[in-house]
Ligand binder design. Structure first.
Ligand code: GAR
Length: 189
């Protein structure tokens, strides 16, 4: 059994989608959800799903040791970033080497880096009149959005698309592919 922790800062729709996908899986369990945001929608989702959630300060995430100790006490094998908007501290990277995955709502290496998250990404993509965007699922290293790519999927952008419409298209891709990519990847650990 592989035990996964999800880190999320916002609504948590990807976290919920993953939890539902793995609900009755005998090999993979979404065992805990961690957030830096006490107002995050993901907390309500976790409680409805019966998954324990834990709120830590931004400083706790930076310093990392107390969270790592907590993860280890729960026997967590891997971490999934699902809309987690802070840089991951090197302590996490060293402790969970090649065992942390992020989903990014664009086709990296375009539209990545500090400040590039959620709607900021979609606004930039639309502003630049791109004709396609997509998702990137990648391993996490010390730099924003620069770890090895595991998977990408694309969608077209129509002339009338707004950042909000693009966000919907991206979420559809995320819901469709993220669980499957995680399932395949986790078996390699
Ligand atoms: C997702 O689209 C995810 O790709 C993005 O935040 C959204 C979270 O939505 N992540 C980033 O931008 C990371 N740089 P959700 O809270 O509904 O899952």
């Amino acid at each position: 059994m592989k035990r996964i922790a999800i880190f999320a800062s916002g609504s948590g729709s990807n976290a919920e989608n993953l939890a539902l996908y793995f609900k009755n899986n005998p090999d993979i369990e979404i065992a805990a959800i961690y957030t830096n945001n006490a107002e995050a929608g993901v907390i309500g989702r976790a409680s409805r799903l019966g998954i324990p959630s834990f709120i830590y300060s931004i400083n706790d995430f930076k310093e990392a040791l107390s969270i790592v100790t907590h993860l280890q006490s729960l026997s967590i094998d891997a971490i999934i970033l699902a809309g987690f908007l802070r840089l991951i501290s090197p302590v996490f990277i060293q402790t969970y080497k090649d065992k942390i995955v992020n989903i990014h709502p664009a086709l990296l290496p375009k539209y990545g880096g500090k400040g590039m998250y959620g709607m900021h990404v979609h606004r930039e993509v639309i502003k630049n009149n791109e004709t396609e965007s997509g998702i990137t699922i990648h391993l996490v290293n010390e730099k924003y959005d620069e770890g090895t790519t595991l998977f990408q999927a694309k969608c077209d952008i129509d002339p009338f698309d707004t950042p909000e419409l693009l966000a919907e298209k991206i979420h559809e891709l995320e819901y469709k592919y993220f669980p499957i990519v995680i399932e395949n990847w986790i078996h390699t650990l």
